[in-house]
Write a protein that binds this ligand. Sequence first.
Ligand code: PEP
Length: 250
Amino acid sequence: MRKMLIAGNWKMNLDREHATQLTSSILESSGDSGPDIVLCPPYLLIPPVLEIVRDSRIQVGAQNLFWEKKGAYTGEISASMILNAGCTHVIIGHSERRQIFGETDISVQRKTAAALEAGLIPIVCVGETLEEREEGRTEIVIERQISGGLERIPQEILGDIIIAYEPVWAIGTGQTATPETAQEVHKQIRSWLKDTYSKSLAEDVRILYGGSVKGENAAELFGQDDIDGGLVGGASLDAEGFAQIIAAAR
Ligand code: PEP
C-alpha cells in the first residue's frame, strides 16, 4: 500500500514571520496520523521551518538543486547542502523551472541522479502544456519527460523517488484536471514504470497530482486509484486550505 503524501510548494513566497506562522498552524492541524506531509519553502526559510517541525512527522524539502557537488557555481545549492540543512526531499523539473529557467529533461536527469546519490528523495515533475494536450501529444510528452528524466539511473537507487504529474495548464490557473483526466495520465506513468523497471517498483512509486488542488476538489482527485496525493502550490500558502487538503488525503 502506498502512503498518501501532500507536499506544499511555497515557490518564491512568504517572509520569515509569515512562514513561521504558517508552519506552526500546519503543525497544529496536522495531528498524529494521516498522509505524509512535506513543506518546500524557499531556501532561506528552510532553517526556521525545520526548527518548528523538528520531532514532528512533517518533513521539509527544497524547490531545486544543482547537480555538481561543490565548486564555482555562483548562486547554486548542491544536494548535499540541502541534505545537510535537514531536508529530506527536493522538487525537480517543476514546469516553472522548465519554462522560465530553461530546464530540460537532461538537466532534470542530472538533478534527479544527484539527489538520489546524496540521499534526498526527488519529487520529479512532469506535465504537458495546453497546446501539447490540444494536439493530442500528452502521452508522448509525459513519456519523453519521464524516460529522459530517469535515463540511466539504476533501479537500485530509484528507491523512494516520487513523480508529480502537473499539467502546465492547471498550475496556478484554477483550472484543475478532472479526476478522470488526471487518473488517465497517472495510470500511464505507472504502466511505463512497470514496463521499464518492474511491477513492484511501479506499485511502490508515489505519483502526486499537482495543478490547482484545493480543499474542494482534493478528495475526488485523491480517490483515484493511481493518485497518491498532491503537490500543492497556491493553496499550500493558506493554513486552512492546506489543512482541508491534508484531511482529504486521510
Ligand atoms: C505547483 O506549483 O506545483 C502547483 C501545483 O501550483 P498550484 O497548486 O497553485 O496550481
